[in-house]
Design a binder for this molecule. Structure first.
Ligand SMILES: [Zn+2]
Ligand SMILES: [Zn+2]
Length: 151
């Protein structure tokens, strides 16, 4: 039995990790316009200095909270940032209101913070983190293309 497949995939993994750790160009993490669509309850949109336009839903942002507690929780459950917590199948599922912040404020020049209606507010969303996790159609498509497309 050959272990070649395992060696190759771990090598690919290393390359991918190296790419993820590369700093993004400054213009890719410099927001020109930040729109938090609070009244619409839709989410956040950012126009970057490099021309890219990103958007995230509030549900995604809440499930991608970068605070240490949420990060640990995700790690323990094997969830990616933005992936909602699996809920047990119930006959009559309880209604949970969609995630929405009461307010949002900038943190220095590098990040934004949300005060979620559920009381959580410890996540600092850096521009870098947001850009790397851009949920626009283009980036979401590119992400699904590289990870696990059957051939
Ligand atoms: Zn959190
Ligand atoms: Zn994008």
């Amino acid at each position: 039995m050959s272990h070649e497949g395992i060696r190759i995939s771990s090598k690919e993994q290393k390359v991918r990790e190296a790419e993820e750790n590369q700093p993004l160009p400054r213009i890719a993490v410099t927001p020109e316009k930040v729109r938090v669509l609070l009244t619409e309850g839709k989410g956040m949109e950012i126009d970057w200095a490099d021309g890219h336009k990103s958007k995230w839903s509030f549900a995604w942002l809440r499930a991608a909270c970068p605070c240490a507690t949420c990060e640990q929780e995700r790690k323990a459950e094997g969830r990616a940032p933005g992936q909602p917590q699996p809920r047990p199948a119930e006959l009559l599922p309880m209604y949970t209101p969609p995630a929405k912040p009461a307010s949002a404020q900038p943190v220095g020049r590098y990040a934004i913070q949300f005060n979620w209606l559920d009381g959580h507010a410890s996540g600092i969303y850096s521009w870098d983190y947001l850009r790397r996790n851009c949920q626009c159609q283009e980036c979401a498509f590119a992400g699904s293309e590289t990870s696990g497309a059957p051939n």
